[in-house]
Ligand binder design. Structure first.
Ligand code: ADP
Ligand code: MG
Length: 285
């Protein structure tokens, strides 16, 4: 209601989303700085509105140190806006880190790459392999569907926070089962999506493979001037070399995630078993 609207002082705009602005806000009660995403629902169909409600419901259930924390939502009916209050990630997003490195001709050090991958895998595990709830039935499997550098945020301590679940789907929701149309970034689109098959957890793994590749090479693995050219390269799955400074272990991890046959790609749980990732996990505590 109106009270929720006046609970926050608006600060500067930090990004512009596909549906509206993302702004820094200060909670009046305790001065805590948060991020507020505003979504204009004026042009949305009833189906889209239901989808939006479903997405917000997914978000509020995902509580994980490497997933952007959702706090609350409120509706401003006068202006047809839905506000989503979430954790503010002051480190920006991974796309600016990659851009900066490319500009300065620097590579991301391999231990940093492994640490970022580990954190992303922990976040994906939470989505793909929901932990059993004390109350009984486990939460549904969540597919992110839009893993890319702009949707991976960093906090003040360089911790990764997977965010922008705007395109994510609950896998067993019959209403969205057939929502096959890919709306994300085509660069990271998986071969099964190119072939208009069902999106699945392994499609997120493919996108993660593209992301890890890009952290090393500072450019996406598959690039083309046209959509059809890109689709052809994705279906072929020929991965260009990453810089020589990176280990074969990293090279092989990327290759395993970028297998054209999705059944052959490892799960997030399997990837967490890699030696280098186990070392990262051991260093965490
Ligand atoms: P969209 O659905 O339009 O892609 P995003 O949620 O990805 O919207 O937000 C767009 C941009 O806004 C991000 O790339 C990021 O730079 C910034 N942003 C979004 N959420 C946050 C947040 N919680 N903390 C800091 N920056 C954010
Ligand atoms: Mg985004």
């Amino acid at each position: 209601g109106q009270t929720a609207l006046t609970n926050f002082d608006p600060l500067e705009v930090i990004g512009s989303g596909s549906f509206g602005l993302i702004r820094k806000v200060r909670r009046k009660t305790d001065g805590k700085v948060l991020a507020r995403k505003e979504i204009d629902y004026r042009k949305m169909s009833d189906r889209e509105k239901r989808q939006l409600v479903a997405e917000v419901n997914i978000l509020r259930e995902l509580r994980h140190p490497h997933i952007v924390r959702y706090y609350e939502r409120y509706v401003d009916r006068d202006n047809c806006l839905i506000y989503i209050i979430m954790e503010y990630c002051e480190g920006g997003d991974l796309s600016s880190v990659i851009k900066r490195c490319r500009k300065e001709s620097r590579t991301i050090p391999e231990p940093v790459v492994w640490s970022l991958v580990t954190q992303l895998l922990l976040a994906l595990c939470e989505c793909h392999h929901p932990p059993p709830k004390r109350s009984g039935t486990p939460r549904a499997v969540v597919l992110h569907r839009d893993i890319k550098p702009d949707n991976v945020f960093l906090d003040a301590e360089q911790n990764i926070k997977l965010g922008d679940f705007g395109l994510s789907r609950v896998m067993d929701d019959p209403d969205t089962q057939f929502a096959r149309t890919y709306v994300g970034t085509p660069f990271y689109m998986s071969p099964e999506l190119v072939n208009e098959a069902q999106y699945n957890t392994k499609s997120d793994i493919w996108s993660l493979g593209c992301l890890v590749y890009e952290m090393c090479a500072l450019e996406p693995p598959f690039q083309a001037k046209s959509q059809s050219g890109l689709a052809a390269k994705i279906k072929l799955g020929k991965i260009p070399e990453i810089p020589k400074c990176y280990s074969n272990e990293l090279r092989n991890a990327i290759k395993s995630m970028l297998q054209v046959n999705h059944a052959k790609r490892p799960t997030a749980v399997e990837l967490l078993k890699l030696d280098r990732i186990q070392i990262c996990l051991a260093q965490r505590d």
